[in-house]
Design a protein around this ligand. Structure first.
Ligand code: MN3
Length: 247
């Protein structure tokens, strides 16, 4: 299977983000304009996408046992939780009593937690490939240089933001469409979204489940190893789509 998500999958991810976390301020028309008529038909249940490569493809940098647990257990739990939150909210609306509606607060928390977890993992898996690494090329390389000075400056900022997330969270390279620039975010947990409107391009999972088996408490070694598996073509494609969506 190709590690390159289709345009439809990519747009679906962007739209899911808007729905799950309100993270990007795109209207359904904008986020689905190209190949999914907005609001037509029924939305699909969320499903766990298969990894676009073998569990051991990222060895030795990310080990097969971590990838298996991470994808099959952790990501799957987000997908199940997200579907349960959607169903729970539908039931609360249908019931309509004060007791039913009292459940909305917790279900909304669950929607943000599981929805953001699902979307970020979808991006994360496709950000990596066997034999990845190196440096980006083309427009992505030029924009990184424009917005961060040079690749080394970006890398140092991304490593520090990822390494210093307090507790569980993510390092995120994102496109910020209001000003038209790349930014690096450190998201603590992922239900606490740190900047609405951003489109994630390159994400690094720094929850302990992502690295503890191989790297124990040495998150910095895991963050450093990540640079050996990045699929820069995937990040470039995500950037060009995000830029088109914001223009
Ligand atoms: Mn994870």
């Amino acid at each position: 299977m190709s590690s390159q998500p289709s345009r439809r999958q990519m747009l679906g991810t962007l739209g899911t983000l808007a729905a799950a976390g309100g993270w990007i301020g795109l209207t359904p028309d904008e986020s689905f304009a190209q190949d999914t008529p907005a609001g037509q038909g029924m939305p699909k249940e969320y499903a766990l996408p298969p990894l676009p490569y073998a569990y051991d493809a990222l060895e030795p940098h990310i080990d097969a046992q971590t990838m298996t647990l991470h994808h099959d257990k952790h990501h799957d739990a987000y997908v199940k939780g997200l579907n349960a939150a959607i169903a729970g909210l539908a039931a609360a609306r249908k019931g309509g009593s004060p007791e039913d509606l009292a459940k909305v607060r917790d279900l909304t928390d669950s929607l943000a937690f599981n929805g953001s977890g699902h979307v970020l993992h979808v991006v994360f898996w496709t950000n990596m490939k066997k034999g990845g690494g190196g440096e980006p090329r083309g427009e992505l390389a030029k924009i990184i240089e424009r917005d961060f000075g040079n690749f080394g400056g970006f890398q140092a900022q991304f490593n520090t933001a990822s390494g210093r997330v307090q507790g569980s969270g993510w390092g995120i390279l994102a496109w910020e469409p209001l000003s038209g620039r790349l930014i690096v975010l450190g998201a603590e947990k992922h239900q606490n979204l740190t900047m609405f409107g951003c489109v994630p391009l390159l994400v690094l999972d720094v929850w302990e489940h992502a690295y503890y088996l191989k790297y124990q408490n040495n998150r910095a070694a895991y963050v450093t190893a990540f640079w050996n598996v990045i699929d820069w073509a995937n990040v470039s494609e995500r950037l060009s789509m995000a830029m088109r969506l914001s223009s």
